[in-house]
Design a protein around this ligand. Structure first.
Ligand code: Z2T
Length: 831
């Protein structure tokens, strides 16, 4: 502990009062300073990559003032904080976001323009921080953004993967994965905190503390150090700057100099390799659980470091641990961070010597849990022998949690053995498994789903018994939302300018209820024309992006039909491409004169398949094979184009979403917990073609059924259809059969490659009900076309939709969590 010299107060007394410097000369100086001093370049030899780094570091200097002010202020007033624990934060780029939040965009644009750079090109130099798979990870990023913007004292906690979401290359139509080396160039948006490092133990054995019931010493020599990296989250329209604290495994001390000196080089670095790999890569699974031992170790490193850090911060207040729930709320983003529950128990029992009941009361008042899926293949279960080997203390604590829980169930429902078996945290399989969703539920005071239908479904399915035992009030809904900063103001400047004009100022960016004002302009011809022009410009921008990334030339005058998301059977990209094939067939049957009357369409796909998900990868191959044939067919020309954009990312989404006319959200009813891109598309004036599933339903309720194209069977009908299809061959309608025929005729190359996909419908029980929904899907496409022919009505739908979308701001979601789950209040940061 070093002492602060008393003089320091005088030297820095004005520090926290300093305003962000905005004048062009000062900004230019700071960019040149970073260019020359931080990166050893000169203005004469700088390229746009240098210009990005120098500008980004200069912006970050300005951000730091607010960041320090925020943390000092929250410490000073002992603010209750919320900790959002997530194995994934799909952040994307930060530079433009920070420029907008600090209201410095025009200033930097000018300074860069003066030296011959265009801000858009500079922005394009930044690599995405892709520390997440899809919806769940992006939701975490939107939520920390909303906490920052709404003045909530909130932190994200996650892992700093050296390799984020893999890069997807398309070779010969197939997905090929390459590592995402996002840290190869300097990252202006992270701050290493070598002083914030915690030891994390694995394996070893337990020694009971004499005369104690629940207190153990855990002895092991396998100890890794987790070191913090802090990522700032600039709040728009506020001084509040949030923080995402990411842990990385530290390895320097693990170098074995004795082995090195003896010439054993592999042995010398072996310990480092073993440690390093813990935070090396993000598991690329969306909605599936691989059950790998390394993943369990990753999860524990994350949970242990995070809980130690939260406790250390709490202890600085000098308050007794019984008051932890008054100063800290912890949200578990799905079950991935569930080990935080036994880890906090371990700290309170073994390190702090609390009794079981004291500790358990603190734990259950601190944690809350969000479930994001009902797909059985995504449910985390860990074999008891594996958990016992790696985390013996936690396995013991989980057994005790389960014992006390089952005792309480037995008290309420005496003699119901089947209930006990069903509800046990330990599944009596061979080997036994720890059901992480049950552990998360038992250790939390609130459990929520992510859209109304999903929250209902989980109450009737996986948590049905828990509702009976623990009561209905514990199980609530928190419909997802997305950040208007990134998903409107950032990615769609022209539309945003129109909204600002309609509202009168920019306050809608932090209060989306104000977009209602757009309804006043829906009959204003000039406004409508500019609304359409904004969409048209976005479509041209996307056409340019597609040309540069794929070499495919498309017309910006066509209808843009977009499905971009992880490739998964339940999302039914396969149904989409079957319908494209059918459409191609129909166009081929027409005379040129008939074809000329058709609406030109570009069908756009993008998305990654989990590396081990063979069926999903075959779907990518089919899309690319179909695209190749159709795009080369001179007879078809611009009437139908099919594009698969490789390497979908947050940044690609920022190009794609503002340019869509219709987007598809076509999961089998009951399978998509919420979906969040559906919200983003509509917030950008796009129209949804979708099933009655996830948040589509609430979007339809808000914007009105005239503004959305629904089709397909309903969630409550799925069970019967599936049951029927287990015992009966599906009967494809003529359209679907035509698609099968074309594939089997080798229209798109060797049809045999795709037979397994056809068989998943015809012989695999058609689990996702393609044959059931196909006829209404084709009908819905027709309805979309008819509506699109009437451009006047289409523009009305587009404006009305955006006007009615306020509910889907993540600010609304976060406010609900704050009030109903976390019990925290906004804190306005001032000097
Ligand atoms: C994921 O992105 C989602 C659920 C998961 O369950 C895992 C991952 Cl990686 C374990 C998605 C849902 O599929 C989607 O419906 C939802 O909108 C999103 O989480 C955010 O809640």
């Amino acid at each position: 502990q070093s002492k602060t010299p008393s003089k320091i107060d005088n030297v820095f007394q004005n520090y926290s009062h300093s305003e962000i410097s905005r004048d062009a000369a000062t900004i230019k100086n700071s960019v040149v300073m970073h260019l020359t001093a931080t990166f050893l370049r000169t203005p004469a030899n700088m390229d746009s990559g240098d210009a990005y780094l120098a500008s980004a570091f200069s912006v970050r200097d300005r951000l730091l003032q607010r960041w320090n002010m925020t943390n000092e202020y929250h410490d000073r007033v002992n603010a209750k904080r919320v900790y959002y624990m997530s194995l994934e934060f799909l952040i994307g780029r930060t530079f433009d976001n920070a420029l907008l939040a600090l209201e410095l965009r025009n200033e930097y644009s000018k300074v860069l323009g003066d030296v011959g750079f265009c801000l858009e090109d500079i922005i394009d130099e930044e690599r995405d921080a892709a520390l997440g798979n899809g919806g769940l990870g992006r939701l975490a990023a939107c939520y920390v953004d909303s906490m920052a913007c709404s003045d909530y004292p909130g932190w994200g906690y996650g892992l700093r993967y050296k390799y984020g979401m893999f890069q997807q290359q398309i070779i010969d139509g197939y997905q090929v994965e390459a590592p995402d080396c996002w840290l190869d160039s300097p990252n202006p948006w992270e701050f290493p905190r070598p002083d914030v490092t915690y030891p994390v133990k694995f394996y070893g054995h337990l020694v009971r503390v004499p005369d104690s019931k629940h207190r153990f010493t855990w002895e092991s020599n396998v100890v890794y150090d987790a070191m913090a990296f802090d990522v700032p989250v600039p709040g728009y329209g506020t001084n509040n700057v949030g923080n995402i604290r990411l842990w990385s495994c530290k390895t320097n001390s693990l170098f074995d100099l004795n082995k090195f000196n003896a010439g054993d080089y592999a042995g010398a670095t072996g310990g480092q390799v073993a440690a390093q790999i813990l935070t090396d890569v993000l598991y690329p699974n969306d909605n599936t659980n691989e059950g790998k031992e390394l993943r369990l170790r990753q999860e524990y490193l994350f949970c242990s470091a995070t809980l130690q850090d939260i406790i250390a911060r709490f202890k600085k207040t000098g308050k007794p641990l019984s008051e932890l729930p008054d100063l800290a709320a912890i949200q578990l983003n799905d079950t991935h961070p569930t080990l935080g529950i036994p880890e906090l128990m371990r700290i309170l029992l073994d390190d702090e010597a609390l009794t079981w009941d004291e500790a358990w009361s603190i734990v259950t008042r601190t944690f809350a849990f969000t479930n994001h899926t009902i797909l059985p293949e995504a449910m985390e279960k860990w074999p008891v022998p594996m958990m016992d080997k790696i985390l013996p203390r936690h396995m013991g604590i989980i057994y005790d949690i389960n014992l006390y829980f089952l005792q309480s169930v037995e008290e309420k429902f005496p003699g119901d053995r089947d209930l006990l078996r069903r509800i046990s945290i330990i599944e009596e399989s061979n080997p036994q498994q720890v059901r992480m969703a049950f552990l998360a539920c038992v250790g939390s005071h609130k459990v929520n789903g992510v859209a109304a239908i999903h929250s209902d479904i989980i109450k009737q399915s996986i948590f049905n018994d828990f509702v009976t035992v623990q009561g209905e009030d514990k199980f609530i809904n928190k419909t997802n939302g997305v950040s208007p900063r990134r998903w409107m103001n950032g990615c769609n400047p022209d539309m945003s300018a129109l909204i600002t004009e309609a509202v009168g100022d920019r306050t809608w960016i932090n209060d989306l209820t104000k977009v209602k004002k757009l309804e006043d302009h829906v009959a204003d011809d000039d406004f409508r024309a500019r609304w359409s022009a904004a969409k048209q410009k976005n479509k041209q921008r996307l056409a340019d992006y597609i040309l540069s990334t794929t070499g495919i030339k498309i017309s910006a005058d066509a209808l843009f039909d977009v499905q971009v998301q992880r490739i998964h059977e339940y999302k039914r990209q396969l149904m989409n491409i079957f319908s494209v094939i059918y459409r191609y067939h129909c166009l081929k049957q027409m005379t040129p004169a008939e074809r000329a009357k058709e609406i030109s369409r570009v069908v756009i796909f993008a998305g990654k398949a989990a590396a081990g998900y063979w069926v999903a990868k075959q779907v990518i191959k089919l899309i690319n094979s179909v695209a190749e044939v159709i795009n080369a067919d001179a007879e078809i020309g611009d009437v139908l184009k099919v594009v698969f954009i490789p390497d979908y990312s947050v940044t690609a989404a920022e190009y794609l979403i503002p340019a869509s006319d219709i987007s598809q959200h076509i999961s089998t009813a009951g399978t998509e917990a919420s979906g969040t891109s559906n919200m983003k598309f509509v917030l950008n004036g796009g129209i949804i073609l979708g099933t009655v599933d996830g948040a589509n339903i609430e979007i339809g309720e808000e914007i009105g059924e005239e503004q959305i194209f629904f089709f397909g069977c309903l969630a409550h009908e799925v069970g019967d259809f599936r049951h029927y299809l287990r015992f009966h061959q599906p009967k494809p309608d003529e359209a679907l059969q035509t698609a099968f025929d074309l594939i089997q005729n080798n229209t798109f190359g060797d049809g045999a490659i795709f037979q397994p996909l056809i068989d998943s419908v015809l012989r695999g029980g058609d689990v996702y009900l393609l044959s059931v929904d196909f006829p209404s899907y084709i009908q819905a496409h027709k309805a979309v076309e008819d509506a699109y022919r009437n451009q006047e009505e289409w523009v009305t739908k587009s404006i009305l939709s955006v006007a009615r979308m306020a509910k889907f701001s993540s600010d609304r979601s976060i406010q609900e969590y704050a009030e109903e789950v976390w019990n925290i209040e906004p804190v306005r940061v001032t000097n």
